[in-house]
Design a protein. Structure first.
Length: 211
């Protein structure tokens, strides 16, 4: 596991070079989408041809959006989408940015590995590792098993107590919940269903720090 920054190096074009599958993970608010957008910009400005994918973005549309205001059009991934066919139909493609990859199917993670191994395409996947129950997403688990490089993003997210935030808690009507569907889309605002990043201690105790 390695540390990562938003200024990751752009691979030098080499004939018949092997592709790489990288997974960048961390809790909400750690800058995953911001890094995905920055990486797409860095590669594009070097003349590399890329494709940007997402699923369940906070915007509700086929876009990658960051809480700091950055955004980009993207291809929305649904469960039936064949990623190998999608990317190879638009070749030549040098790299693929996959935001919210934790929500992809396990079969689609296998397809990302196929793009790397069979077509030499660099794949950069970004997402959560675990859900609101602190259980690993199946797609994230498969990325941990298959990725060439795994990086925990180092933008520090804080719990309300000031400790490092590690886990994403689901909050419904002001109370932390531990049961329900694995994927329920929400943000960190004041909606009836929202998410809050907590340290391990306060996640386990269910303390949201609300008086």
């Amino acid at each position: 596991m390695t540390e990562s920054s938003a200024l990751s190096p752009v691979p030098v074009p080499v004939a018949n070079r092997d592709g790489v599958l990288r997974f960048y993970f961390g809790p909400m608010d750690c800058g995953k989408s911001t890094l995905a957008l920055q990486m797409n910009y860095n590669h594009g400005r070097q003349g590399r041809r890329g494709m940007v994918l997402t699923k369940h973005d906070r915007s509700g549309g086929p876009r990658i959006t960051s809480r700091i205001g950055l955004g980009s059009e993207a291809v929305e991934v649904d469960d039936d989408l064949d990623l190998v066919a999608l990317v190879t139909d638009r070749k030549p493609i040098d790299y693929v940015i996959c935001d919210e990859a934790c929500f992809y199917t396990v079969a689609q993670i296998e397809q990302l590995a196929d793009l790397t191994d069979d077509f030499g395409i660099d794949v950069y996947a970004f997402g959560l590792a675990s859900d609101f129950r602190s259980r690993m997403f199946p797609a994230a688990q498969r990325l941990f098993e298959l990725a060439d490089e795994i990086s925990r993003l180092q933008v520090e997210v804080l719990c309300w107590c000031g400790r490092p935030g590690l886990l994403n808690a689901r909050v419904v009507d002001g109370a932390l919940v531990r049961t329900g569907e694995q994927v329920v889309i929400g943000d960190t605002g004041a909606d009836p269903v929202r998410y809050q990043v907590l340290c391990r201690r306060h996640y386990r105790s269910g303390d949201l720090g609300v008086s």
